[in-house]
Design a protein around this ligand. Structure first.
Ligand SMILES: C[S@@+](CC[C@H](N)C(=O)[O-])C[C@H]1O[C@@H](n2cnc3c(N)ncnc32)[C@H](O)[C@@H]1O
Length: 236
């Protein structure tokens, strides 16, 4: 059990998760900006850009934007971009380069006020950033505030490509594959495929899933879910 759980309750894990992204901000930023993460370079960066750009959005909200690479990569195609992240250190690094309106906000803030980051986004995207237990509440809050036709695009590690028990719950990432010392361990909330789809709830209708991979026939690196604001809940 200790292999997967850092704290002994969800609130403890959420707080350690937030702390880890404050401690790891500079290391993470360097890893992203120096293209040290092979799966991103070879597969998942292009996959999320395609999943967004095929809809020709005019404005996007990037949830858990980190140091801001995705907003910057979209700058020439998407006129209006907002990135939010719980880590003030990562937001400072994002602002130092620019490329979007970046704000320090956490998902709990958005659950309390889903318009806190703005409204009328064509796409709300989360790239490997829904790591907390509150995702279902976040989807619900954002969904109730969304306009009909608004889309949610989520990229996550493929739930069938993770070691250990296939069970929704807290685990720990130690960043060992990054090969450097000094990373703060990160608790994260693993979800099975069934759990991801049920987390979309009634406000978001799953439109498409994609399974980006290195080569034809190899196991998928990630899972991308695209959902649209459901017509049913828009009449609530
Ligand atoms: C793996 S990084 C991904 C960053 C960025 N999306 C990217 O593609 O490089 C995860 C990000 O999610 C953010 N995050 C995690 N939990 C959060 C929360 N509850 N509220 C806001 N941001 C959160 C972290 O601060 C971190 O920047």
């Amino acid at each position: 059990v200790t292999k997967y759980i850092v704290a002994d309750d969800g609130a403890g894990n959420s707080s350690l998760l937030a702390q880890s992204w404050r401690s790891n901000a500079v290391r993470w930023s360097r890893a992203v900006r120096e293209a040290q993460i092979v799966s991103r370079k070879c597969v998942t960066d292009a996959a999320i850009l395609n999943a967004i750009l095929r809809h020709k959005p005019s404005n996007i909200l990037d949830l858990g934007c980190g140091e801001g690479w995705l907003c910057r990569a979209l700058a020439s195609d998407v006129p209006y971009r907002v990135g939010i992240d719980a880590s003030p250190e990562l937001i400072a690094l994002a602002r130092a380069i620019g490329g979007a309106d970046f704000a320090t906000l956490c998902y709990t803030d958005l659950i309390a006020n889903p318009l806190a980051a703005g409204s009328r986004f064509d796409i709300i995207v989360a790239n490997f950033s829904l790591l907390d237990e509150c995702t279902q509440d976040l989807f619900s809050a954002l969904g109730h505030a969304a306009q009909s036709g608004e889309r949610l695009v989520v990229q996550t590690v493929h739930p069938w490509n993770i070691d250990g028990e296939y069970r929704t719950g807290w685990r720990t990432e130690r960043f060992e594959s990054f090969g450097q010392e000094g990373w703060a361990p990160m608790p994260w909330f693993f979800r099975t495929l069934e759990n991801w789809i049920s987390a979309l709830g009634e406000t978001w209708r799953l439109e498409r899933i994609e399974e980006p991979r290195m080569d034809e026939g190899s196991f998928p690196t990630s899972l991308i879910m695209t959902a649209t604001k459901s017509w049913v809940s828009s009449r609530d």
